[in-house]
Design a protein around this ligand. Structure first.
Ligand SMILES: Cc1cc2nc3c(=O)[nH]c(=O)nc-3n(C[C@H](O)[C@H](O)[C@H](O)COP(=O)(O)OP(=O)(O)OC[C@H]3O[C@@H](n4cnc5c(N)ncnc54)[C@H](O)[C@@H]3O)c2cc1C
Length: 475
């Protein structure tokens, strides 16, 4: 049976649901909804700032895209002094990072990476990894539980937030799940759903897609292949240096397979990453365009199309690419990776220039050094635009506070930013950092019985620095 086709949204019929009772199962100082990189950062940041915290997540584990969608390298959070792209570089990690000027994110992220490495589930960022952190998603899930437990966070899994309590003066959230509807009340709520689900339900203004035409970034179903013969692949790369640039390439083989009718891609090349595990690669080469992550009919169609592309790419790799002859798909994302949907309209909207000119702001609560990384929403092509050498940009607290809504902070990939700026700040390490900041802001507001909008940014900065965040010495 094919997926239900997307219908004209305007003509969709509506009916009114009956009112239902929801059991109030917890009351928290801070409720964090969504347990991806931002939600983990928020819950730990809020708890360490002294709040009683409940973290709710729709899946049965934490990690968000990092685990559910198999987005397995944490992109670089180091400043960079780029070197020319190295054709034929015999690596499965980025080759264009050059020398590092050091990390710009500390706090929860640093502790998380340290623990991943200690548990044997990640490689430390170094010149050899192109300053990315390749990790194993199963170890990531376990480390998330360890660190949340150590911080004293209470959590609720299998709970999908269907809306806020209290409309624009948010008082918690309602959840759907196997128990029927339940509610968690809270003084301050942090929306880390990646889609600003709660902000939208509270009536906050938001933008979806590219400003000029509403186009949404493409989705990708990621998958891991094992049985990969790295030595054979590298021997091929040595013999064809123009075919490989560390994490992407094989343009000639893609072209040949396309001409023969063996491949039909919305990209011009293959993108894949090494992992900490021997004989394994992570393939990030499916590209599903023209779909929106806030529409279940689009998501359904995207899952089906992503799986079709995955099968075709795996067959292509086995048939055409040395080193893949005995490789097979061991796992695909349990959900397709959605790069972006809603971005809230906050007190400040981070712009392209903020990123590319590495601008500084007095109310900085997190920093980023990852380039703009814009995947063409309409077909082949990815545009990378880098920051000046050795530089990082500031993310102001105002980007986390939705206009017109109270007692709600937002963190992660759906904060207030332009489409282009979002392509940088959605990198998982930056989401950890904005999450920790939103958690601290929510925690201080809850304990002082005040609104996050009325907090002094300096107080948030002081607590973040106490927790190990890197705010370039502003406080
Ligand atoms: C295909 C793809 C490739 C990428 N590549 C990289 C990369 O190589 N390196 C990198 O650093 N970044 C990469 N990114 C970006 C990065 O993975 C994400 O932007 C980042 O994970 C966002 O973190 P988040 O916490 O804001 O959201 P998410 O990771 O999406 O987490 C949101 C969490 O909220 C939960 N949730 C959502 N709605 C609800 C609800 N209503 N109720 C309860 N729970 C809910 C979800 O289940 C999820 O656990 C990639 C993203 C994609 C999609």
């Amino acid at each position: 049976m094919p997926p239900i086709r997307r219908q004209d949204r305007q003509s969709t019929e509506h009916l009114t649901l009956e009112e239902r009772q929801a059991a109030v199962i917890a009351d928290a100082d801070v409720l964090v909804v969504g347990g991806g990189p931002a939600g983990i950062g928020a819950a730990i940041g809020a708890a360490e700032a002294g709040a009683r915290v409940v973290l709710a997540e729709r899946h049965g584990y934490f990690g968000g895209c990092a685990t559910a969608a198999l987005v397995m390298p944490l992109m670089s959070y180091h400043t960079q002094y780029p070197s020319p792209r190295l054709a034929g570089a015999e690596t499965l990690f980025p080759t264009d990072h050059g020398r590092s000027g050091g990390p710009v994110i500390g706090g929860v992220l640093r502790r998380f990476v340290d623990r991943l490495v200690k548990r044997g589930g990640a490689l430390s960022p170094s010149e050899a990894t192109g300053y990315v952190v390749p990790f194993d998603p199963e170890v990531f899930k376990t480390v998330a539980l360890e660190l949340l437990d150590e911080a004293g966070v209470e959590y609720l899994l299998h709970s999908f937030a269907s809306g806020v309590l209290g409309n624009s003066n948010v008082e918690g959230a309602a959840f759907e799940g196997k128990s029927g509807p339940v509610a968690v009340t809270a003084r301050v709520t942090v929306d880390c759903t990646g889609d600003a689900d709660l902000a939208a339900s509270a009536g906050a203004r938001y933008v979806i897609g590219r400003e000029r035409d509403g186009a949404a970034g493409p989705m990708s179903l990621m998958f891991r292949m094992v049985g990969f013969d790295r030595d054979r692949f590298m021997a091929y790369v040595r013999a064809h240096p123009e075919e490989w640039f560390g994490v992407h390439g094989l343009v000639e083989l893609v072209r040949e397979a396309t001409l023969r009718g063996d491949l039909e891609l919305h990209r011009e090349d293959i993108l894949m990453f090494g992992t900490p595990n021997e004989g394994e690669v992570l393939i990030n080469s499916t590209r599903v365009i023209g779909v929106f992550g806030t529409d279940v009919r689009d998501l359904t169609a995207a899952e089906v199309e992503g799986r079709r592309q995955m099968t075709m790419i795996a067959t292509f790799l086995r048939k055409y690419v040395p080193g893949f002859q005995d490789a097979y798909v061991v796992q695909s994302g349990s959900v397709i990776g959605v790069r972006g949907t809603r971005r809230i309209s906050g007190g400040y909207t981070l712009s392209t220039e903020d990123v590319l000119e590495a601008r500084k702001h007095d109310d900085v609560i997190a920093r980023g050094s990852y380039p703009l990384d814009i995947h063409n929403p309409a077909g082949p092509g990815t545009l990378m635009r880098r920051l000046p050498p050795g530089e990082a940009y500031d993310i102001p607290l105002r980007c986390l506070l939705p206009s017109g809504v109270d007692n709600l902070c937002v963190a992660g990939k759906c904060i207030s930013a332009t489409y282009e700026a979002h392509s940088s700040l959605r990198a998982a390490p930056i989401c950890f950092a904005t999450g920790q900041a939103a958690g601290v802001c929510a925690s201080l507001a809850a304990q002082r019985h005040t609104s996050p909008n009325d907090l002094d940014a300096t107080d948030v900065q002081h607590e973040l620095v106490r927790q190990g965040a890197d705010l370039r010495g502003v406080v």
